[in-house]
Design a protein around this ligand. Sequence first.
Ligand SMILES: Cc1cc2nc3c(=O)[nH]c(=O)nc-3n(C[C@H](O)[C@H](O)[C@H](O)COP(=O)(O)OP(=O)(O)OC[C@H]3O[C@@H](n4cnc5c(N)ncnc54)[C@H](O)[C@@H]3O)c2cc1C
Length: 350
Amino acid sequence: MLLEENVPLAPLTTFRIGGPARQFVEAHTPAEVAEAVSHAQSRSLPLFVLGGGSNLVVGDSGWPGLVLRIAITGIERRPGETDGKAIFDVGAGEIWDRFVSEAVRANCAGIECLSGIPGSVGGTPVQNVGAYGQEVSHTIESVEAFDLKDRQVRELCNEACGFSYRSSIFNTSERGRFIIVRVTYALTPNSAPFLEYADLKRHFEGRESAPTLAETREAIRHIRARKGMLIVEGDPDCRSAGSFFKNPVLSEHQHDDLRKRAEVKNLTIPSYPALDRSRKVSAAWLVEHSGFSRGFGFGHVGISSKHALAIVNRGNATAAEVLALRDQIQQRVEEIWGILLEPEPVFVGI
Ligand SMILES: Cc1cc2nc3c(=O)[nH]c(=O)nc-3n(C[C@H](O)[C@H](O)[C@H](O)COP(=O)(O)OP(=O)(O)OC[C@H]3O[C@@H](n4cnc5c(N)ncnc54)[C@H](O)[C@@H]3O)c2cc1C
């Protein structure tokens, strides 16, 4: 393995922000992951695991230890089917959208609505990536991960991953314990696409024949590009970490309070049912109705001109500027709506 020193991290992130890694190494196999971990542990270097860098805010002074970039590739479909499912074993370092494209080409349903999400396959279980009504928790069969506790590779079944909205054990209770090396997906061959979301229904309105998986994938990429949520070379609105805040999940009582605040202003909050009698409300709506409209500028950072939920790097931005805008938005939203928005990206070295 090639160990490098003082490697700039900004170019390895979609935000294009942040200082260097003191040390940097890429692992192409689980054995190399083990080797990198031993290197970090024997020198007491703090370890950060990097995937595609699409959900990160890296601090201006960078990372004081070892950054381990997972570059384990490979998409393998097992022969035959298991309980009517096509099983794919995918290396954690594969580009997520490449896997979605392969699955759609093989006419396997289950992840078509997750087309166009940047990042690696290994990054998807971490925050239970989701969009347009699908989440990876619906199709992940198991996750193979290197356990830093006993330095063994172990297999975690779907239930053991503790998935919920934008959450799993990997970013909550067991944060920092596992390095994901492979993810196994169970997809449904020759099945129809999932077309429940309003944006998608609108896209196909008036069509006589049912859309195929490939058409659904293209529709999703098209819708995402319109919102600045697809990485398009040269589009300044996608120099971001995607949605910067999670949609708040509120109890009935909290939701009532929010509704009353909105009624006073003659407004209706977009919300939809979530689990256990709770409701999920649109964080984008809260941000926009707190004085931060699309295109809002704040030094070298701002809000995407296509989506109120994305903080964007307008060129030469620093992490300090991102944090200042985050704080401003959180304070205003809390003052006006009584809700503390929770950021979605991972803060590294901050
Ligand atoms: C334009 C844009 C649109 C987006 N749209 C969506 C969306 O629709 N839905 C959604 O859910 N997300 C979205 N995201 C966020 C992001 O793409 C996902 O969270 C993605 O899965 C992150 O994967 P990554 O490989 O880039 O992880 P990174 O950003 O590199 O890392 C994120 C976290 O995962 C950990 N991690 C990464 N790989 C591994 C591994 N192999 N083992 C252990 N830990 C690991 C890191 O340590 C870090 O804590 C979007 C981002 C952008 C920039």
